[in-house]
Design a protein around this ligand. Structure first.
Ligand SMILES: NC(=O)c1ccc[n+]([C@@H]2O[C@H](COP(=O)([O-])OP(=O)(O)OC[C@H]3O[C@@H](n4cnc5c(N)ncnc54)[C@H](O)[C@@H]3O)[C@@H](O)[C@H]2O)c1
Length: 282
């Protein structure tokens, strides 16, 4: 199916919709004619995106949401179902990255990245899936991981570990929906580098981390895919009922092949031969 055929009969709920990939998904689903619930921690960002959708003739509601808090996400689900009756598409997109080694990352930073990147997805699934599945037409649930879910690297362990976990959670959820015959199509998004604020918003602890952060921002500027193009690819593939939604097919194939060989050989960890920040990758 195309997005126009698939995404009818209910709202789109996009977490982290105040910036980057989430913002672009919110704008595109709004342009498709779906009512959009902009779920975002920052009121300025959330209100701006909801206003932009309405300015283009769409319907949008901003609900300030902290995805790391189960009560906040349950309140988001209440607001979405009350406003629009049914949720046809949920994208658990909110996420953040941090910097530093596994041992040097402070406890509170570990907690934040786990609570937003992983608990945030768990909270979204648990608050929405049973209610979406209660209607026979069901809907689509897509969790945003990363190409990090296919790979490994030093000095970004908290991010990589949460993204592997989002892939695993999505696989298990897919199988549960099959086993229980719930009408929910599950997918997981593995973006490559997409223009966004994710590196600009990294909290840095020292000059070396700031230099690294600036390097990442520079790479994003030179090779990052425009967020609107990433959103177009993501929505097309969700509507086509793909499970692993890749924005950058060439890098996805290389990293997935390397990972499958590494697992097959029960090999020792090694960094990828391909730097997915080295080019557009499609
Ligand atoms: N941009 C990339 O290159 C890239 C690559 C791979 C994966 N991703 C993933 O895509 C997703 C979106 O990231 P992005 O790059 O668009 O980043 P972004 O920083 O531009 O947008 C993320 C949004 O999430 C919001 N947010 C943060 N914590 C939140 C919380 N607790 N509750 C609700 N909202 C919260 C932020 O305020 C921000 O508006 C993330 O899960 C990220 O890991 C991004």
């Amino acid at each position: 199916m195309t997005p126009t055929q698939a995404f009818v009969g209910g709202a789109a709920v996009i977490t982290g919709a105040g910036s980057g990939i989430g913002e672009a998904l919110a704008m595109r689903t709004g342009a498709l004619g779906m009512p959009v619930v902009v779920a975002e921690l920052s009121p300025d960002r959330g209100e701006r995106v909801a206003g932009a959708i309405r300015a283009k003739g769409g319907q949008a509601l901003f609900v300030q949401t902290d995805v790391s808090d189960p009560a906040s996400v349950r309140a988001l689900a209440d607001a979405a179902f009350e406003a629009y009756g049914h949720v046809r598409l949920l994208v658990n997109c909110a996420g953040l990255t941090v910097m530093g080694s596994i041992c040097d990352t402070p406890d509170e930073v570990w907690d934040r990245v786990i609570n937003v990147n992983l608990r945030g997805v768990i909270n979204g699934v648990r608050a929405f899936v049973p209610r979406m599945a209660a209607r026979p037409e069901g809907g689509y649930v897509s969790n945003v991981a990363s190409l990090a879910a296919f790979s490994m690297a030093p000095n970004n362990g908290p991010y990589f570990a949460t993204k592997h976990a989002v892939l695993s959670l999505s696989e298990c959820l897919y199988l549960e929906m099959e086993e229980y015959h719930w009408p929910i199509k599950v997918s997981v998004v593995v973006p490559g580098i997409v223009e966004s604020r994710i590196f600009a918003d990294i909290a840095v602890a020292n000059e070396a981390e700031e230099a690294h952060r600036q390097m990442l921002q520079g790479a994003m500027k030179s090779v990052g895919m425009p967020a609107d193009e990433a959103a177009r690819r993501i929505l097309d593939k969700i509507a086509a009922d793909e499970f692993v939604i890749s924005t950058h097919p060439r890098f996805s194939r290389i990293l997935a092949t390397e990972r499958s060989e590494y697992l097959r050989d029960l090999a020792k960890p090694r960094t990828s031969s391909t730097d997915f920040m080295s080019g557009p990758g499609d």
